[in-house]
Ligand binder design. Structure first.
Ligand SMILES: [Zn+2]
Length: 134
């Protein structure tokens, strides 16, 4: 790794740690919050403000329009799938609240799960669980 790559990695790590995480309603985002140091860092990285993040399996909640971090898997609405939910939605599941609409990527993932073994068939969808091409 050369010096430029090290600087870029270090800058990106700082932006990940100190940038503001949120949602634009349909996708997770990271933004500067109007802080000039972060604006300069975003500019150096050629990132838009807000910078759109990919909504990936296992990172953010499976419930539609929820982008909170996953706090547990397989806790809620077990009869319909092995859902990865945030603490709030896991709590709803434990409290017996009706299952909300789940994200299409989560439904697609659960449709690939073998009901007997619980193992995901990554060949069928042609993608790994984290959304990368298999
Ligand atoms: Zn949630």
């Amino acid at each position: 790794m050369n010096k430029d790559e090290m600087l870029r990695d270090a800058l990106e790590s700082m932006v990940w740690q100190f940038g503001y995480h949120g949602t634009n309603g349909t996708a997770p985002i990271i933004h500067t919050g109007g802080l000039s140091a972060l604006e300069e860092a975003f500019s150096a990285l050629d990132w838009d403000d807000p910078h759109l993040l990919e909504d990936v399996n296992g990172a953010s909640c499976d419930v539609d329009h929820c982008f909170k971090s996953v706090s547990g898997s397989g806790c809620s609405w077990k009869e319909t799938g092995y859902w990865c939910c945030c603490s709030e939605h896991n709590s709803d599941g434990r409290d017996g609240k009706p299952q909300p609409t789940m994200k299409a990527r989560a439904i697609e993932r659960e449709n690939r799960r073998d009901r007997k073994t619980g193992i995901l068939n990554i060949q069928k969808g042609g993608r790994n669980d984290d959304g990368r091409s298999a």
